[in-house]
Design a protein around this ligand. Structure first.
Ligand SMILES: NC(=O)C1=CN([C@@H]2O[C@H](COP(=O)(O)OP(=O)(O)OC[C@H]3O[C@@H](n4cnc5c(N)ncnc54)[C@H](OP(=O)(O)O)[C@@H]3O)[C@@H](O)[C@H]2O)C=CC1
Ligand SMILES: O=C(O)C1=N[C@H](C(=O)O)C[C@H](O)C1
Length: 268
């Protein structure tokens, strides 16, 4: 996909943070497979062995590397603290930022957003196109089924740190935007716990190597509707992040979402 602000002829030169992590590796491998994308900078918290032939530097050198290599976009999948620091580094160096990191506190999101005054910043909790479609379907279904109970279940691999997932929180925001009667997120239930009408149940499962699943259940008294997305592998997220990077390069400073890339008119 290309509707990029940058030149259509030149290679897209990206920087990758968290290059030794599951997603950082996937982004570097997806970039190696994609014509017209070059990894100009790859850093990890501490330097690691090369990934797909790309040398991985110490993240402490990021500021200098951004200044010397001047990449078109930085793609970040790390953790909230580092994402905030890398957003500041991008603002200082004038490098656009795509971040898929999740688990932010509100104040940390504000810090990342502050960088968007200086450079374009695109933040998305999920870069799978199917999840963008799921979110649109959930908004439509929740609006069309007033009074129905809504419960969300997400399942991820046993090494995921944040719970519930960033995608789950985005879907919950969607539901609450169209169903003002649902205003209480209940994380699991135990003991004497009858359901109150304003609840949205949230269930986070951590097991094995599950890439990522999100299921939304809408239930009335005599019918149920289940909407489910399953990611087959992390390549789907990496591909979406590269699409976002190509779209973001050369744009004006601002705060963008994956919905802008997909022209969905939303902020997925
Ligand atoms: N938006 C999306 O589509 C997707 C988002 N994600 C999100 O991406 C993030 C990363 O996921 P994943 O790759 O599985 O995680 P990993 O744990 O495999 O990798 C995390 C990477 O971030 C680095 N890192 C973590 N904390 C810090 C820190 N405080 N300072 C510097 N570097 C740090 C790690 O460095 P080190 O090696 O030194 O520990 C590692 O390189 C998560 O927030 C996850 O939820 C994941 C998949 C898809
Ligand atoms: O950590 C993961 O793995 C994933 N994190 C994202 C999230 O928190 O929503 C996206 C995806 O589900 C995989």
């Amino acid at each position: 996909m290309s509707d990029a602000g940058g030149s259509a002829d030149a290679d897209l030169r990206i920087a990758v943070t968290g290059a030794g992590g599951r997603m950082g590796r996937e982004v570097i491998e997806a970039a190696a497979d994609r014509e017209g994308v070059v990894v100009a900078v790859a850093v990890n918290r501490t330097a690691t062995d090369p990934v797909a032939g790309v040398p991985v530097a110490d993240a402490g050198d990021l500021g200098e590397l951004l200044a010397s290599e001047d990449p078109d976009v930085l793609v970040d999948f790390t953790g909230p603290e580092s994402a905030v620091a890398y957003a500041e580094a991008c603002a200082d160096a004038g490098v656009p930022l795509v971040t898929g990191t999740t688990g932010f506190a509100e104040s940390q999101i504000d810090s990342v957003q502050a960088a968007s005054e200086a450079v374009p910043v695109l933040k998305a909790s999920n870069f799978a196109r199917g999840v963008a479609a799921l979110r649109r379907a959930v908004r439509e279904a929740a609006a069309a089924l007033p009074g129905y109970d809504v419960e969300l279940t997400e399942t991820h691999h046993n090494a995921k740190r944040d719970a519930p997932s960033g995608t789950a929180k985005s879907i919950l925001d969607d539901v609450e935007a169209v169903r003002e009667d649902l205003d209480e997120r209940v994380h699991g239930r135990e003991g004497d716990a009858p359901r109150s009408p304003g609840e949205v149940g949230v269930h986070a499962r951590r097991a094995g190597d599950v890439t990522g699943e999100h299921e939304v259940l809408l239930a009335g008294n005599r019918e149920t509707l289940e909407l489910t997305h399953r990611a087959g592998d992390r390549g789907v997220f990496a591909e979406g992040a590269l699409d976002a990077a190509a779209w973001l390069a050369g744009r004006d400073p601002g705060w963008y979402g994956f919905g802008d890339v997909l022209d969905a008119g939303g902020t997925e």
